[in-house]
Write a protein that binds this ligand. Structure first.
Ligand SMILES: [Zn+2]
Length: 97
């Protein structure tokens, strides 16, 4: 997410909060599953979970912290966990490689 290119003031970017939360959750739950943990399976699981979940886009000022926004999103944590787990089980049962 870090960019070395200097942008003028007022640079904004579009962020899907759900994406960051899903990626974190996939990493977290993958560790507790007896499954392949390669980058391919990780990305597959992220893709499946992200397609199942509603995106949550926000406009944010470049470089600003997203932790507060993520915290506001905490209401969907249960749904998120369920979707990520289902995605992991799907990848686990049929790794695409
Ligand atoms: Zn794999």
């Amino acid at each position: 997410m870090e960019s070395t290119a200097k942008k003028p003031n007022g640079a904004y970017m579009l962020v899907n909060i759900t994406e960051g939360l899903v990626k974190d959750k996939v990493r977290e739950l993958m560790a507790s599953q007896d499954m392949c943990r390669c980058e391919k399976c990780y990305c597959d699981a992220c893709a499946i979970a992200l397609n199942a979940l509603k995106p949550c886009y926000v406009t944010t000022e470049k470089g600003s912290l997203l932790s507060l926004l993520s915290a506001q999103h905490v209401g969907t944590q249960t749904e998120l966990t369920v979707c990520v787990l289902q995605a992991l089980l799907k990848v686990k049962s049929s790794p695409r490689h």
